[in-house]
Design a protein around this ligand. Structure first.
Ligand SMILES: [Fe+2]
Length: 346
């Protein structure tokens, strides 16, 4: 069996593959690690055939949809998953065939309604249902402490006690434990009585995960994260450094149009000498009158360098083949003590 555990902060992803057939599945992949997973699969001599999320994640960005697009393989989740891009929806007890391996799904609602664990050979991927020394929380959308109690005590913990437990999270650098170790040592499993367990889960008072709104929006819909949009724009745009622009401004080069895409008050507070104002929000509507020559070299700049990247990508999409973005923004320009013009440019 090919097996890799990939940690991203506290999130754990797993690559599991069959030695004989070289078919592999990737469990709970995270968006920032796409190249890492594909490289690991190549190094291990397996081909990723399935992308599996153990549940709708609220704390990180799932890579399943993007990897499915890149690799042309199906996304698998439990049938209760709200995500419209899921290709194969598993019900309790169903299996995914992976060469000679069999991944058996156990529906274990509680952390979320669509949580499932996956058992294969000597191990079980427990998602956020069971963590090492903890359990998933039950206060996020579709969480339910009574269901988690049921899923744990009447299902997961009744599996073979020797099974290795591989959770979707561990914040202390541990790789795995076993069902027996969790039954013996996991503090949350010591409250075996249902009402006590529910009371404990309801009084944890955990802080909300960072990015929860964006994670739920993108993981449930298949929509893009802001970082993903920005990375896609960055990949299509050339950049110019602050120092290079300063040299060109000082040389009074006139083949470059510096386009400041901030709002008017920010522009008038201080802009690159000679820069024109065209706020990002008006770009598409005013571009034909403001920039009649699509062959001109245009450099977009903004406060931090993000919006200008999106603006330059939009300009290139619209046919401005020589649009570039400033690597950095006006904040860094000011902090470098580079020349500024205030008020309206003549
Ligand atoms: Fe989770």
């Amino acid at each position: 069996m090919v097996f890799e555990q990939i940690a991203t902060g506290g999130c754990q992803s797993y690559l599991i593959g069959c030695d004989d057939t070289c078919a592999a599945a990737l469990i709970d992949p995270e968006l920032s690690q796409i190249d890492h997973y594909i490289a690991l699969a190549s190094r291990d001599g397996v081909r990723i055939r399935y992308l599996i999320d153990t549940h709708t994640h609220a704390d990180h960005f799932s890579a399943t949809k993007e990897l499915a697009r890149q690799l042309n393989v199906p996304v698998i989740m439990h049938r209760r998953s709200p995500a419209p891009f899921v290709d194969m929806r598993l019900a309790d007890g169903e299996m995914v065939v992976l060469g000679k391996l069999r991944l058996r799904a156990l529906h274990t609602p509680g952390h979320t309604a669509d949580s499932m664990c996956l058992q294969v050979n000597d191990r079980v991927f427990t998602g956020d249902t069971l963590l090492i020394g903890g359990t998933g929380r039950t206060d996020l959308p579709s969480g339910d402490p009574e269901q988690l109690h049921d899923s744990l005590f009447n299902k997961l913990l009744k599996l073979d006690a020797a099974l290795k437990v591989y959770p979707a999270h561990d914040y202390k650098g541990r790789s795995h434990s076993t069902i027996a170790e969790e039954i013996a040592n996991n503090p949350r499993l010591q409250k075996r009585e249902r009402s006590e367990f529910v009371e404990m889960m309801n009084t944890l008072n955990l802080t909300m995960p960072t990015h929860i709104t964006e994670a739920l929006r993108t993981n449930m819909s298949g929509g893009k994260t802001v970082a993903h949009l920005l990375a896609a724009a960055t990949a299509t745009v050339p950049f110019m450094s602050l120092g290079e622009l300063k040299a060109r401004v000082e040389a009074k080069e006139d083949d470059l149009i510096v386009l400041d895409v901030r709002e008017r008050d920010a522009y008038e507070g201080g802009h690159v000498p000679g820069a024109r104002l065209l706020p990002r929000g008006q770009l598409e509507l005013r571009v034909n009158t403001e920039l009649p020559d699509p062959t001109r070299r245009i450099l977009a700049c903004c406060e931090l360098g993000y919006i200008s990247t999106l603006a330059a990508a939009t300009l290139r999409e619209m046919g401005f083949a020589h649009a570039v973005a400033l690597d950095g923004g006006m904040k860094a320009w000011r902090e470098s003590g580079y020349p500024l013009t205030t008020g309206r440019d003549p």
